[in-house]
Design a binder for this molecule. Sequence first.
Ligand SMILES: [Cu+2]
Length: 149
Amino acid sequence: MATTWPADWRRPSRSASALLGTAALALLLAGCDRAPVAGAGKKRFDSNGGRYSVELETRPPAIAVNQLFDVDLRVTPKSGPSAAMEVQVDARMPAHFHGKNRVAKVTRGGGDTWKAEGLLFHMPGHWELYVDITEGGVTERAQLDVNLQ
Ligand SMILES: [Cu+2]
């Protein structure tokens, strides 16, 4: 008895898995476009532990995909002025498990102001922008959700 199925059975299986891969990729890419709001402009928020108030302004006011932007910051400790604060700025896309491709240059201005230069969000979707404030060996994070179209 002759049968041809052993020669053919692999082919449909391979294309089925390729199709599955394409579907997964499409789902991943669709995830990037879910949010209709452009960010970020001028915002004020507290750090996650509540010890600092952060005023943030992006330049230009609207962040666009793949376009460099700067962030002006004023960090106000609720316990009073501090000379010993250090500030770092970073960002991640939590749904995609990745960060930025560039490191922002952060410099201190007068008083409790900082400037972060050269930020770039390289894809649309949900970004978390982090302002990490370190004082006396303790770092507290302030964060802002930015939904990029
Ligand atoms: Cu991403």
